[in-house]
Structure formats: structure tokens, C-alpha cells
Design a protein around this ligand. Sequence first.
Ligand SMILES: [Zn+2]
Length: 270
Amino acid sequence: MKIRYLYQGGKKRCLTMSYDDCPPEDIRLVELFNKYHIKGTFHLISNKLRDTYCITPEQVKTVYAGHEVSCHSLTHPFFDQIPKEELMYEMLEDKRNLEAMCGYPVRGMSYPNGIITEDVLTCLKACGFVYARTAASSENFKLPQDFMQWTGTCHHSHDIISKIEQFRSSYYAANASPLFYIWGHSFEFPRNTENNSWAMIEEFCDKFTATFEDSVWYATNIEIYDYITAQRSLSFSVDRTMVYNGAAISVWLDVDGQPVEVKPGVKHLV
Ligand SMILES: [Zn+2]
């Protein structure tokens, strides 16, 4: 018997979008994602929400409905230039503010200015964050081993339209469960350069969804974290005919070429 992991719903591929800084262009970006049923995570700076060039606190719940609201710190400081007590305040207050606006526990974040140190990691874990996105690009389609240092595939200006074909046919993509993780800032699209424009991101959404249709799981960052954590926590019998899923959500396996849903509890695979 051959077993391999699948994504939610038995899908073999996953796409997620991750956008920072809560500029007003997020409204247009969310509308675009909604048109194509693509899911995104939006990392907000809660103190900035009172600025004129920004989404307002009153808009947060409706603008980002159906997507994920995530933290990006209270004021976007350089994390290696402030005391750890200040860092804790920056993150806990941001989490508190955003939770009051969106109505659910906010568990993820992205690093402001991309700065990660040992102290930063310790503080974030103590504040209850379960994943944190870096400002680097892996240029691959692999899942992170450590979700607290989650590096996405690439920034949206890295020729993402040509990467659609790699995501379809590269050796890794064809033989594993690839994740295409794109990040950026929606305020960049009005720059209107070749690889950074509204036309480019719309073309990407159009081509991507036309290429893969419903064979891709379109997910937010936290949905991927929850799903992969459940998947990695599965316990199999020695002969792999039985599996225990201790999580609260279903996990899907490919068993000898067939998708199998493993609901919470024990599942007999033969
Ligand atoms: Zn930022």
C-alpha cells in the first residue's frame, strides 16, 4: 500500500496570497481575488488604520470577509531596534485590536521590515502566534518545516505568470504537493511596471484558475497552517492500514492512487 499526503478536499496543489500594510488598494485586490475564488491573508498594522491612506477600522470586517486578517505589528518598527518588552506590546496590542475588529482569534503575522532574531521568535511564540511570514522568496513550491519562519515562493513582481507552468509541470510540482505562495503589497500595483501592475495580477489570476480550475485548494495562510499541522500529527499503525487523526478537521490521503478523507478519530484504510 502506497500512501502520500493530499491537501484539503483531496487536492494536489495549493495557492495562497499574502499582502501587507493595509493600503486602500486592498479593496480592489480582494474584489479581484473574490472574482476568481482565490483566498488571501492580509497582514494589518492596526495603529495605521486611522491614517487617511489606509483601510479604516470600520471597514476591516467587511473588506476582508472570506479572507484572513493577520498581524503586522502595531506601528511597523524595526524589531531589532526596540526592547523585547516593546516588541511584546507591539504584537499583543496589534493582535488585540485586530481581534476586536474581525471577531476571531488572530494567530498569524508577517515580519515588519522582514527582521527576525532569536528574541523576536521567542516573543512571538509567547504571544500565541503560530506562523510568521518572512520578507524573503524561496523561489520554490515547498511547504515550510518551521511555520514561524515561513518564506513564500516569491514576491508578486517575480514573473509569477511564467511560474504557472513550473507549478504545473516541474518535477517537484508533478510528484509532490506543491504550494504556490505569493506575497506583496497592493499599493505597488499602481506603479504599472511590466511585472507589477493591476493588469499583471489580473492576468495571473485568470491564467492560474483557467489552468488548474478546481484541482487547486485556494486557502488562507492560517488554513494551510492548521491543515498541515493536522497532517503532520497523523499517527499510523506499523502496517499503515490504520491511521489516527487527533485534530478537529479532516485530512486527505492518497492511498494507492485514490483520495481518502480521514475524519477526526481512527480510520481503517483497508
Ligand atoms: Zn510592512
